[in-house]
Design a protein around this ligand. Structure first.
Ligand code: ADP
Length: 212
């Protein structure tokens, strides 16, 4: 959000002299109170200024940049995640190539019995194996995938901003969205409930930019 020159001026006055009444601000700007009303309404509605009856306006410390950051941090992975593309860990490398092609994704999440997360396999993992001349019709994907404890995951409750930070700093294209559940023998397992990719983050960015 961009403030007008006058709004910036009002914020400066309130920062310096608040609490201050609308009339006093108007006097300082050599304007009448009514002229300032739309500006003061906007500044209080956005939370930049706070108004207290019979006291006046004071500065909340919330800058437009802080407010934008707060709005972005409010978007949770669960709000924007997409459907995960999964494959069983006993499938072959060839199966993975076909699944990746048919599901139109760049990363597959590998699951074990019960549907719990076991690994991640990317396009480049498959290319690497194909280059090596292995028998892709026989080789199980378990041999090629990245597995626990090296998996980078996210949860539905995590802010999508933090998931995006993981995608960026760990240099991967996709994160499985998981929920910790108790397995058959009481052990901790990860149920795959979604997927966050660089495309998801791009979509969120575009939506924020278009004011949705
Ligand atoms: P690509 O290989 O198509 O460039 P990535 O950059 O996502 O795709 O993958 C790079 C490597 O990181 C691959 O070996 C892949 O198995 C691994 N990888 C991908 N996603 C994850 C993840 N969420 N957690 C851990 N490793 C991952």
């Amino acid at each position: 959000m961009e403030l007008t020159k006058r709004q910036v001026h009002i914020v400066e006055i309130v920062k310096r002299e608040g609490p201050i009444t609308g009339r006093q601000i108007a006097e300082k700007l050599s304007l009448i109170r009514a002229t300032l009303r739309p500006d003061l309404t906007l500044l209080t509605m956005t939370g930049i200024l706070e108004a207290r009856p019979r006291v006046g306006y004071f500065y909340s410390g919330k800058t437009p940049a802080n407010l934008t950051a707060k709005a972005i941090r409010g978007i949770k992975v669960g709000d924007v995640k997409s459907v995960p593309a999964v494959i069983r860990n006993n499938a072959t490398v060839y199966d993975a190539v076909v699944t990746m092609f048919l599901e139109d994704v760049g990363t597959l999440f590998v699951v074990k019995e019960g549907g719990y997360l076991d690994g991640v396999i990317s396009r480049k993992d498959l290319l690497k194996i194909a280059m090596g001349g292995s028998d892709i019709y026989k080789m199980p994907i378990g041999v090629v995938m990245t597995r626990m404890p090296n998996l980078i995951t996210t949860t539905p409750e995590e802010p999508v901003f933090l998931a995006a930070q993981k995608l960026s700093t760990r240099e991967v294209d996709a994160l499985p969205v998981v929920r910790v559940v108790e397995g058959k023998n009481g052990e901790e397992e990860l149920e795959v409930v979604g997927r966050i990719t660089k495309t998801t983050v791009t979509r969120v960015f575009v939506e924020l930019g278009s004011g949705k």
